[in-house]
Ligand binder design. Sequence first.
Ligand SMILES: [Ca+2]
Ligand SMILES: [Ca+2]
Length: 198
Amino acid sequence: MFLVIGAIFLFALLVLNVNRTILQSEGQQRSAEYIVMATSSAQNLMNEISTKAFDEGTISLPVYSADILTLEELLGPEAGEVYGNCGDDDGEDDDDGEDDDDGEDDDDGEDDDDGEDDDDDGEDDNNCFDDIDDYNLFTRSDPNVRGGTFNLKVWVNYVNDNNFDVVMSTKTRTKRIKIAVENPFMADTLYLYNYKSY
Ligand SMILES: [Ca+2]
Ligand SMILES: [Ca+2]
């Protein structure tokens, strides 16, 4: 009798362990899938940021001295610059001759008293993010069909030109783009880094 009870007990333990192993591997599989999706989400944003100019000062001017670069404490979008406010169908003014009260120019050939040119030369007309540090402290939530939004946050800092691990409070010729991604189904925050030198 004790032998039977012992056998049943051992069998139950075995089933419990098998179930636990299955659950663990399912959890690991889901975690791995989320890491892949989080990486993809961060990589998309990183690609977008990396296409921008090194600095507002380098958009149209060659830089011979770091003096022209943005001060460390001012790393961020310039006055009037709004994310997503450039390109097509993104909330940009639609040339209807009316200002949309967003401070953006409407390509109507008239200056809008913002001190920027309105001459359709592609410069300074659309007030979108145009240099990498405009994304400093930028946040975005990417919804995920599998559940659990990916929350992204960006930091852009000057780093030591000879040691990219050292964040600097002075202007340098190298900027670090750091993106953090969080998701309730991931145990840890995922970080992606890229460096741009001028
Ligand atoms: Ca800018
Ligand atoms: Ca900027």
